[in-house]
Design a protein around this ligand. Structure first.
Ligand SMILES: [Zn+2]
Length: 220
């Protein structure tokens, strides 16, 4: 491995754009440390850390875990991981404020190189894809009809989520766009778009090419 420079890849993409599939591809084919906000939060809760207890309380009362807590957890986990190489961030930063906090961490301490990959997809195609997708009941990976699976690679059963109904999907997309626009805007100088319209293999190939252009090679 000639990869001396640490890189942080931030994955952006609307729900259903295939971000989960790409994240899985990166985990399978590259030497990466993959962080999703959900997993990090669950991990803290399970380990019963101070911050995990705080999160548990917030979640139990039906509240949303705030920016600052999420950023604190990400920072805690990133510090070690970045020293080892490639980190993929999935679901973070979600707000412009979190993006600013991340930059402050990076430029202040970790000096990692942040690259942002946005999986973009045609809106109507996305809506039809989302209303047909299946989610793993065990690990949360998502699959589309094109994957033709009924069982996840982890062995978990695939189920259809209630909020994948079309009306809910439209609402969720609108919310996602409102929320993420400031984030992609913030990263406009570091953001590269990859079309998510093709088959998962094609999209993965395009991501490979892009990473190659960054000097990041697949695991051998
Ligand atoms: Zn699974």
């Amino acid at each position: 491995m000639t990869q001396k420079l640490s890189s942080i890849i931030i994955l952006l993409g609307a729900p259903g754009a295939g971000k989960g599939t790409i994240a899985q591809h990166l985990k399978d084919k590259y030497e990466v440390c993959h962080f999703s906000t959900g997993n990090l939060l669950r991990n803290e809760i399970q380990r019963g850390t101070d911050i995990g207890l705080k999160v548990k309380e917030i979640v139990a009362s039906g509240g949303l875990v705030g920016d600052d807590i999420v950023s604190e957890i990400v920072e805690k986990n990133l510090t070690g991981a970045v020293a080892e190489g490639l980190v993929v961030l999935d679901g973070y930063p979600r707000t412009k404020h979190q993006a600013e906090v991340l930059d402050a961490m990076m430029f202040g301490k970790l000096k990692a190189l942040i690259r942002v990959i946005e999986i973009s997809i045609d809106r109507e195609a996305l809506i039809s894809r989302l209303s047909q997708r299946l989610v793993c009941s065990k690990c949360g990976n998502t699959y589309g009809p094109i994957d033709g699976r009924s069982v996840c690679s982890c062995g978990g059963d695939l189920i259809k989520r209630k909020d994948d109904e079309e009306a809910t999907v439209r609402e969720r997309l609108k919310k996602y766009e409102e929320e993420t626009l400031p984030v992609s805007g913030y990263y406009s100088d570091r953001l590269v778009r990859v079309s998510g319209d093709g088959a998962p293999d094609e999209v993965a190939q395009n991501v490979d090419k892009l990473l190659g252009s960054f000097g990041i090679e697949r695991r051998r």
